[in-house]
Design a protein around this ligand. Sequence first.
Ligand code: G6P
Length: 613
Amino acid sequence: MCGIVGAVRSAAPVTAGLLEGLRVLEYRGYDSAGLATAEGSTLRVAKREGRLANLEAAIAEQPDWGGHAGIGHTRWATHGPPSDLNSHPHLAGGGGVALVHNGILENHEPLRRELEAEGVTFRSQTDSEVLAHLFAKELAAAHGDPVRALRAALGRVEGSYACAALIPGGGGARVVCSRNGPPLVLARGGDGCWLASDLLALLPHAPEVVFLEEGDVALVEAEGFTIHDAGGEVVERAPKAVDWQPGDSSKGQWPHHMLKEIHEQPGVLARGLANRIGPARDDVALEGFTDELLTSVERVQVLACGTALHAGMVAAYAIEQLARVPVDVDFASEFRYREPVVQGGTLSLAISQSGETADTLAATRLAQQLGARVAAICNVQGSSQVREADAVVLTQAGPEIGVASTKAFTAQVLAAILLAVRLGRAKGALSADAAGELLGAARQLPSQAEGMLTTAAREAIAEIARRHAAAKGFLFLGRGVSFPIALEGALKLKEISYVHAEGYAAGEMKHGPIALIDPGMTIVCLNGSSPLSEKMRSNVEQVRARGGVVLSVGSDPETHALASDVVEVPETHPLLAPILQVIPLQLFSYFVADLRGCDIDKPRNLAKSVTVE
Ligand code: G6P
């Protein structure tokens, strides 16, 4: 998705810092990039389709390039294909201002017609350029007051946005910005102020950041920033300390962020457990999840997208089993449009790595309006999802840069299971002994995951990937709590290696996908020590009878005996098995994608955080 950076400094040039910020935002997915800088009243713009290197080349073509203030953008095309002209920033007001925008302006067509009738010439096909022209028009009407002008321009548009406009001027250039939907974060650092749509881009500049609230308009100058709330009042927004380090988002010695993040999982699991298991080791301490909140829960509504939805499906098994509370799991994008019924006593549980996924946020707000209390499992402190929830489990996985989610997923599943234990204990549905047994097994997870990520273990999976990389398709089968892992294994493979893969509940295989099976198909069968393993073995027999090639991932020796390839997964509590089973599937996808020469960290067409519908 699109990314925004901006800076106003008193003396030092901004270009290198802005390009560095855009580089940090690359992971979110983009197809073009641009930068505008101002030096006094001179405005310069460079923008190019493609990677940042193209933008750097365009800047190098302008020998007098410079400036102490600027805005930059990475674009993920929505209106109009990727092209130099459709890239942001967009100029308006006779080249007097430049604007960048994230989000979608739903009423851009009538506004474009209106502006064209007034004599405005559009240079791009984007909805965003409409906002640039509206802003320039309002700036003239407001006698150069950028805050009034941006508020007036935004008053005309419908949709979601984070935007920033650069206004050059003899007395010093300024940036004005606002958000309604996608995030925007500000920081004061060094000799100026910085802004970005993702706090990762601000880590090099300041240890504290300020998150704009919905409808805020901020005027950013070298000396500081002033925030006006949705009602136009000047407000102070409390700075938040950031516990991520700038180096956390670099891939270090690893060839890809995804491989690095897969290997971070033992540490992530250890952090997710630290200080959360109570002294008696038969309950979980989760800040904000009070007995008052939990005993009122009669139903849980999980809302999430993509990989986070699969974590939500695991949550459903765990909560129903441990807390005996019914759980519904919905794609956030479906929930928000299906006139859902939210009964009294519903806890809406949003699961999101970024905390900024538009569908998940909208679905959660709807559930809240319909009377639900809101909990979140989220990886990004300060994100919208975190700020809007009554109680939050932070997954503490650290920045996840690879577009294909790995460590955030295992952290979400662990957090969901801990929440299920807490709910079960609070509601008296889970005995101390049963909780103690599960938490005892959970404490083994970091070392078990470590054992699955040795060089030898990794090499063995790379070798299996070599044998299967040319398969014409993949079917992932799981039962019970391993069913969401089958979906996740298939999603990982699709996302990064672009091969067709489907995840299925193994019992459903005979109702359709069995027709696909032939010797060209690889069938990945998840198994464990659950009572369902015998049923899984029958499914494997059915696959073999039709010539399908079986890869067995799990801990059931009898299923392994039927397979052509085997990945051994250590035994654990059945509800925790997904956390370990997914690790080899992540590695398998990684190696298949690598063999196919795919861009693993930035898969085509995908965005890390989908902040539009
Ligand atoms: C995008 C990403 C997925 C992610 C999903 C939900 O589609 O490519 O990897 O699972 O969004 O993101 P969230 O930040 O809400 O977990």
